[in-house]
Design a protein around this ligand. Structure first.
Ligand code: SF4
Ligand code: SF4
Length: 495
């Protein structure tokens, strides 16, 4: 192909063999997760021995095939197909969210650059049609590649979209009486190669060339989908004042393929809300502390409680949102150094939610597996919420160390009465919950986008994620807080 010798399986599509070899043939309708209808005619190539150009997403490989995708003949055919797609396309680029990552722009600059032959007015279709809670449709930008209709037919099986009309009146539209509200609807924005389907959450918030892309892992459930985090590089971030602009799927055939769910994609829109950034002692008087002063005080309070009342009276509520690095330090602090006996680890009920057969898992935290690998939740877990409430009410538990858990969602109105009985309540985490206001010490931890780390998903796959943002305020990674407390714990001074 294009003068190179490529090995391919007999019957493999030419476009796929080319992609594997690093030759990118222009295409719109073909998508590895959605099939190859061959309707956009962009992937035309010359095949030696065949008089007419062929679409490479419908042409199977056979031994000795000679293909040209860069020849003047192939380029002319690709450029003609592009010109047809653009014949009625509006000149929306300056106001289109797809600008900067648009298949029409990219191919025009790559293989087009023809003078427009159009003298007639363009044919107009519907614009700014909200077709669901997350997606906006612009029918006149659509090139009718059918990726979106194939997605709702083959991937979600929800069939909300169809192609209606004939000839140049053809449009993508909602099926009668339907809205696009399936739990994976945001993927349509990713697969639409042009600006016809845009993200209502992201529209007009940032230009894509001002975004920084970081390899990440979705912390929305125990699937741990591979994602990219796109963060704003300009202040003031973008219009809504957010640092996290959007999350996009990252192809991983072993975990999530090409897709992510809407819960994961849109669930972190409030990433910067209700965050903890100050190191505080809240009781007896609210007071901001330096990290050193706070860690000294927490370590001293833990030592005092363990010394006077025993490690049996300390309970630790862990979170499945911890990274593998956090879990290691967590174990060294609480299980090895302090030798605490009471761990509450189960995700229920504050860290569970809906699941399905495609990607979503009911455990709404990314790394229970990392804790299980260290024995938490099996041998080391000794409590459930009712047992813990009873132990606190009876006075058997004198201290509670809460890592990023929303206890109010579990104990409800009982929470205040129970936690106010404790000699020591430490809350550590990136986000404020009701119980965090009742703690003696409140320690701000980084959220996953503000640190490097690893999650182990429910399949046991370990994935790395990178730091995309600076920590807010004084927040530190959980593992670092645990390590600092270990350093303050006298060796051999466990229960
Ligand atoms: S809306 Fe987008 S994905 Fe759907 S047919 Fe049109 S161009 Fe293709
Ligand atoms: S399935 Fe789970 S891990 Fe994947 S995007 Fe959704 S919430 Fe995130």
């Amino acid at each position: 192909m294009d003068g190179r010798l490529i090995e391919a399986r007999e019957g493999e599509l030419v476009i796929e063999a080319a992609q594997r070899a690093g030759i990118m043939v222009p295409h719109y309708c073909y998508h590895r997760g959605l099939g190859n209808p061959g309707n956009c005619r962009m992937c035309i190539v010359e095949v030696e021995g065949i008089a007419r150009p062929q679409v490479s997403c419908r042409f199977p490989v056979k031994d000795g095939l000679v293909v040209r995708s860069l020849s003047p003949e192939a380029r002319r055919a690709q450029s003609s197909a592009l010109e047809l797609h653009l014949a009625d396309h509006p000149l929306d680029c300056p106001i289109c969210d797809q600008s900067g990552e648009c298949g029409l722009q990219d191919y025009y600059m790559g293989i087009g650059r023809y003078p427009s032959a159009m003298r007639e007015d363009k044919f107009h279709k519907g614009k700014r049609i909200p077709i669901g809670p997350h997606v906006m449709l612009d029918q006149e930008r659509c090139i009718l590649c059918t990726r979106c209709t194939r997605f709702v037919d083959r991937v979600t099986g929800t069939h909300e979209l169809g192609i209606f009309g004939r000839g140049h009146c053809q449009v993508v539209d909602l099926a009668p009486g339907r809205i696009l509200d399936n739990p994976y609807s945001g993927n349509l924005v990713d697969i639409c190669p042009v600006g016809a389907l845009t993200d209502r959450d992201f529209r007009f918030q940032a230009r894509v060339w001002y975004l920084k892309e970081t390899v990440s892992v979705c912390p929305g459930c125990s699937r741990g989908c591979s994602i990219f985090a796109h963060t704003s590089t300009r202040r003031p971030w973008h219009n809504k004042g957010k640092r996290l602009a959007r999350l996009k799927p990252r192809y991983n055939p072993d975990v999530n393929g090409d897709w992510i769910c809407d819960e994961g994609r849109y669930g972190f829109a409030d990433f910067d809300n209700d965050r903890l950034g100050k190191v505080l002692r809240l009781k007896p008087q609210p007071e901001e502390l330096s990290w050193d002063a706070a860690l000294d005080s927490v370590a001293q309070a833990l030592r005092k409680g363990v010394g006077e009342k025993g490690a049996d009276g300390l309970a630790v509520v862990a979170s499945g949102a911890l990274s593998n690095e956090d879990w290691q330090a967590f174990q060294r602090l609480f299980a090895q150094s302090i030798q605490a006996k009471n761990f509450l680890f189960a995700p229920w009920p504050d860290q569970v939610g809906p699941k399905d057969d495609l990607l979503r898992r009911s455990e709404k935290v990314p790394n229970l597996e990392g804790g299980w690998a260290l024995g938490f939740g099996q041998g080391i877990s000794s409590m459930d919420w009712d047992a813990l409430a009873a132990a606190v009410a009876s006075g058997r538990i004198w201290g509670l160390y809460v890592v990023d858990r929303d206890i109010d969602r579990v104990w409800g109105e009982r929470t205040a009465g129970l936690v106010d009985r404790l000699d020591l309540l430490v809350f550590q985490g990136p986000r404020k919950y009701g119980v965090s206001n009742r703690a003696h010490f409140r320690l701000p931890a980084t959220a996953w986008l503000e640190e490097d780390g690893h999650f182990t998903n429910f399949q046991g796959k370990i994935q790395a994620y990178g730091q995309a943002l600076k920590p807010l305020g004084a927040a530190r990674p959980d593992w670092q807080i645990f390590e600092e407390l270990i350093a303050r714990w006298p060796q051999g001074a466990g229960a």
